[in-house]
Design a protein around this ligand. Sequence first.
Ligand SMILES: NC(=O)c1ccc[n+]([C@@H]2O[C@H](COP(=O)([O-])OP(=O)(O)OC[C@H]3O[C@@H](n4cnc5c(N)ncnc54)[C@H](O)[C@@H]3O)[C@@H](O)[C@H]2O)c1
Ligand SMILES: C[C@@H](O)[C@H](N)C(=O)O
Length: 399
Amino acid sequence: MPRPSFTGDVQCLVRHHCSRMRALPASCIDSKTKVMLSLMYRMVVSGRPCARGLCVRQYNWSPQQLSADANFHSARPNECPRILITGGLGQLGLGFANLLRKRFGDNSVILSDIRKPPNHVFHKGPFIYADILDYKNLREIVVNNRITWLIHFGVLLSAVGEKNVPLARSVNITGLHNVLDIAAENGLKLFVPSTIGAFGVDSPRHSTPDLCVQRPRTIYGVSKVHAELMGEYYHHKFGLDFRSLRYPGVITADAHPGGGTTDYAVQIFHDALKTGHFESCLDADTRLPMMYADDCLRATLEFLETPNECLTMRTYNVAAMSFSPAELVEEVRKQVPHLSVEYKLDPLRQAIADTWPTSLNDSRARQDWGWKHDYDLPALVSTMFALLQGLDHRAAKAN
Ligand SMILES: NC(=O)c1ccc[n+]([C@@H]2O[C@H](COP(=O)([O-])OP(=O)(O)OC[C@H]3O[C@@H](n4cnc5c(N)ncnc54)[C@H](O)[C@@H]3O)[C@@H](O)[C@H]2O)c1
Ligand SMILES: C[C@@H](O)[C@H](N)C(=O)O
């Protein structure tokens, strides 16, 4: 094995850390930091890469990656997590950043994406450019900001993924590999959402359990099964605190849909308010599991805060409701009675939806960490209208 190319500065840093660590009472040292530092120390003094953990990739360390004001020597085990969200400008990122900022403080959460943030996002809290395909840049952001939790939302969803398989493979699989390695090397807690799309025609279609045959037929689904398995493998092999929830289709007023099969269930609210006419890309009877964003994001935070000892798995189903386009239309018409509807099926999305579960069994999440949803279909519909009408009202006042 080649000798790792540590610079003198980093050797000093590691030795300094290790001597500080020995000087502190054991109760003050976060166990992951302890393992990481002892592995680093072993590497430096022996000149050999460690067998387990940390050095998932061989790379050159460069002192430039430590910012001038890097202050991780003073990190305390019980301080708030410092969180990075990748792909944060999609449907779920901003909502989750808001929830996490309420819980841990505005500066504890960095949103990142490859797109330019709108003004209201940029001024609301820290934002940084981060391409998950750029391993070095991502590692630098994690190190310089002393990140402790990584929320990995960067992805191509099911329908857009099928339209550009090479890009989906790259973002969803290579991007995941980068994130996994950086999380393992830096002792992070890593959350990667999975999806109902991780199941396929061979899975039980109704009340689909956590553990069953998973043979999805989209690149999105294949990449999510890969993420579940790789995360669990890193957990067992390297001790990575990997966690994943299989989300249903998520409905949010925060952003426009990002190219998924369940997009229709978001689009209908915008169309009902703007034009009073809605074209469904899925057949009237196509039933899929769905969830309101507040439930989804609360589930994620509660899951992340659950002590390891309570978890019996690393990947859990979470569920709230299931409905078809026809059932959603019926509920929407209680608020917008004049809504006209046309079923103009998109063959790509319909074919995908036909392979997904109609409902999920999430009894393990309810049992292990107390998951409980708040929103059913009527509550979802009235909340979405209230929020979107409020937003329209505010936009009209601003113009
Ligand atoms: N929205 C849902 O209904 C739903 C359901 C199940 C699971 N999920 C999962 O939740 C997570 C978030 O989903 P979402 O709905 O916000 O997705 P989205 O498609 O709305 O957003 C994904 C974001 O990833 C960004 N991105 C693309 N390539 C990138 C790259 N190379 N580097 C960094 N960022 C990149 C995009 O710019 C986009 O802002 C995903 O992992 C998704 O699979 C979502
Ligand atoms: C279900 C989910 O993963 C996403 N909304 C999609 O349709 O692709």
